[in-house]
Design a protein around this ligand. Structure first.
Ligand code: 5GP
Ligand code: ZN
Length: 139
């Protein structure tokens, strides 16, 4: 399969690895949105969060707290953003699922991820929550 991250797993393309086990690989993102910007991937190919096997997800997400602590300690980060982009509309450009770990060093570290704040509409929230609860997941 013509997949960039599968090639990194296979060792066909070099990467600066920070963690590896049987199922999981973590390596530095080539673009370094903040210093230490790391990608965590399952070695097995999944497109994104929508087709990710729950047990593989457990192994993948299970590595995140430890890696976050390591990045914090090694780089002197104050905090971290943990992000998954799934599908183009969400900003996914490499279609082998991955988690971005973005160490944060202060307001001026070059990254700005803020959610828009708006007046809460509790009626709307209740309707939305009901709709989601009643939706049967298709797997
Ligand atoms: P996405 O936009 O799909 O969430 O993230 C893909 C990420 O992969 C981008 O942040 C991009 O910088 C990174 N990337 C693309 N090509 C390479 C590569 O060859 N090596 C590494 N280490 N990262 C890459
Ligand atoms: Zn792949």
């Amino acid at each position: 399969m013509d997949c960039l991250f599968c090639k990194i797993v296979a060792g066909e393309i070099p990467a600066s690895k920070v963690y590896e086990d049987e199922q999981i690989l973590a390596f530095l993102d080539i673009s370094q949105a903040t210093p230490g910007h790391t990608l965590v991937i399952p070695k097995e190919h999944y497109r994104n969060i929508f087709d990710l096997d729950p047990q593989v997800a457990q192994a993948l997400f299970g590595q995140v707290p430890g890696l976050a602590r390591r990045l914090k300690q090694a780089l002197g980060a104050e905090g971290i953003n943990v992000i998954n982009n799934s599908e183009e509309v969400a900003g996914q450009t490499v279609f082998h699922t991955h988690i971005h770990l973005l160490p944060r060093f202060g307001q001026e570290d070059g990254l700005d991820i803020r959610f828009q704040t708006q007046e809460p509409d509790f009626e709307h929230l209740a309707q939305l929550a009901q709709k989601i609860r009643e939706t049967t997941e298709e797997v």
